[in-house]
Ligand binder design. Structure first.
Ligand code: 5GP
Length: 184
């Protein structure tokens, strides 16, 4: 009985049936009955918490070890197509590609092709207004292309405390699941 009521609580905490299905799929076993699935939910939820905590710590560690030196970054190699990326959208000024370590079913990075001093948003100057607008507009195009335009989030991490690890301005376009607030 106690297990059943905690399972019901967990079911309430999963915001959509889709998220449950996603969690079940990521667990390799197939559940043959609903009862079996409900009994497994506490374990699935705990695995999700552990993996999202690990991801958060990795991001923080990467951000703490990075610094804004103005040196070229991995994104220069992606722009030059020296290393592969999964490109979602591209125009003269902007490149959008899938994040290598996605934090949501849709996680795309939108970057200016020409950094022009924009290692961080905090370095923005009046001359950057046009490209900043282009980046936001490209984020909306990405959301449309990825089928999440009715619900998505755009994030810019700024500096070490903002959890920035790559010093080439980039917008994270995230979606495909219910976002939480505050973001943590
Ligand atoms: P930040 O932490 O600076 O806001 O975000 C940097 C993002 O770049 C991270 O989400 C990280 O996963 C992503 N990233 C780092 N290196 C690569 C790479 O080589 N390819 C791709 N596609 N994404 C990367």
């Amino acid at each position: 009985m106690a297990a059943t009521s905690s399972s019901v609580m967990l079911l309430r905490n999963f915001s959509t049936v889709g998220r449950i299905a996603q969690s079940v799929r990521s667990n390799s076993r197939i559940f043959s009955t609903t009862g079996e699935l409900i009994r497994a939910l506490p374990r699935i939820a705990s695995q999700r918490t552990i993996s999202s905590t690990r991801a958060a710590h990795n991001e923080e560690a990467a951000a703490k070890s990075a610094s804004d030196t103005g040196a070229p970054t991995i994104f220069d190699k992606i722009i030059a197509k020296e290393i592969p990326s999964d490109i979602v959208y591209e125009d003269e000024s902007v490149l959008a590609f899938k994040d290598i370590n996605p934090q949501a079913p849709v996680h795309v990075l939108v970057i200016p092709k020409l950094r022009d001093g924009l290692t961080t948003l905090g370095k923005a100057e009046p001359r950057h207004v046009e490209v900043l607008g282009q980046l936001l507009h490209a984020s909306k195009i990405v959301a449309e292309k990825e089928g999440i335009v009715d619900g998505f989030r755009v994030v810019i991490n700024n500096g070490a405390e903002g959890c920035q690890s790559v010093y080439h301005l980039h917008l994270h376009v995230l979606g495909g699941r219910q976002m939480k607030w505050p973001p943590g």
